[in-house]
Ligand binder design. Structure first.
Ligand code: BTX
Length: 324
């Protein structure tokens, strides 16, 4: 049993109304000193626990502890092997270390919060308590040049899993952002992917697919204009699903898609991807290392590249990102 699993009963016993150390000790069959030590450890890990003098402890946020239960629930396919953490610097680092050490595909790391979450190009990825942050080790039998489009397949799969489980419509932005529509108009980012890989020219050794999905986590003020969390939306299904449901649905569908993708590449996903696209055939701005390009987003090709119409000419772009 990992340390995270040992601390879970205490975490699950906390909530938004204060619980005293005495009550916790009684409920969990622990000494008051043991409760105090565990609270200390959870706080040190970054979990948002407040101590109110004479009233007890409060846990901020709206957690569901479904993630830890995943490995026992049999809710996920047998190929997927969860490693659960309460707090990690970055699940990406844990998965990459294991991949380098030769771990088979299907192992993944999931953490309630990350203290050093990263996006592409070393950008900071806000990873507060209550989101879904995980990194999956894959060993696809395709050359590295073909491996990048797995990120697009993953984004497509996640957008569908979100719709199915939460009832919230999700759309895509090239290459692999998942967005939700917000009123009065426009889109906000709910999920991002970080695909890292290693290999030789004609053989991929490993791919680590990092997925960050805002669910019940609180977003920092400076991101609220561009980012949203699923928990902010009210639908008929609100309150009826957990992060565990989302993760299980994603893993199931992703693995099926991954097997098809290994045989045939992105071609069979291209129409579905475009069907979920946030702004098809509309003006957009592509940001690349070399500068900005304005055009109309026309389609994605069989390799996952974006086809842009720039001054009546079709251009195929392989790198960069469309800005919101
Ligand atoms: P990205 O480079 O496409 O997006 C990073 C940008 O997105 C930031 O510069 C910021 O503007 C914005 N941003 C930061 N945090 C959030 C957020 N929580 N929601 C929406 N927008 C945000 C996308 O990178 C790749 C994200 C992968 C994250 C996963 S989580 C598990 C794994 N571990 C890890 O450290 N990274 C991956």
């Amino acid at each position: 049993v990992s340390r995270a699993a040992e601390l879970l009963p205490l975490l699950s016993a906390l909530g938004r109304t204060p619980v005293s150390g005495q009550t916790l000790a009684r409920k969990l069959h622990l000494s008051r000193t043991a409760v105090w030590k565990q609270i200390h450890e959870l706080k040190a890990a970054g979990l948002p626990i407040t101590t109110l003098s004479r009233r007890g402890y409060v846990l901020e946020g709206m957690p569901d502890f479904s993630l830890a239960a995943l490995r026992f629930a049999g809710a996920i396919e047998s190929w997927a092997r969860p490693h659960y953490e309460l707090s990690a610097v970055s699940t990406q680092v844990l998965a990459k270390q294991a991949a380098l050490g030769g771990i088979p595909e299907g192992h993944f790391w999931v953490s309630e919060l990350q203290t050093g979450g990263r996006g592409r190009l070393e950008r900071v990825w806000s990873s507060g308590f209550g989101g879904l942050w995980f990194s999956l080790v894959l060993r696809p039998q395709v050359p590295p040049a073909r491996a990048a489009s797995i990120g697009l397949v993953a984004a497509l799969t996640l957008s569908r899993a979100i719709e199915k489980v939460s009832g919230i419509p999700a759309r895509l932005k090239w290459p692999n952002d998942v967005l939700v529509a917000t009123r009065p108009k426009g889109f906000k980012k709910v999920a991002g992917f970080l695909t890292e890989m290693s290999g030789e020219v004609d053989k991929t050794d490993w791919v680590v697919l990092g997925v960050g999905l805002n669910v019940f986590n609180e977003l920092p003020e400076e991101l609220r204009g561009i980012a949203a969390a699923l928990g902010d939306f009210n639908t008929k299904k609100s309150g009826a699903w957990t992060r565990g449901d989302l993760l299980a649905e994603f893993l199931k569908e992703f693995y099926a898609a991954y097997r098809v993708w290994q045989r045939t590449g992105f071609l069979l996903f291209r129409d579905a991807y475009w069907h979920q696209y946030s702004k098809p055939n509309q003006p957009c701005v592509l940001k690349t290392a070399g500068g900005e390009l304005r055009g109309i987003a026309c389609s994605v090709d069989a390799s996952g590249a974006l086809v842009l119409e720039v001054r009546r000419q079709k251009k195929t772009v392989l790198e960069g990102e469309i800005v919101l």
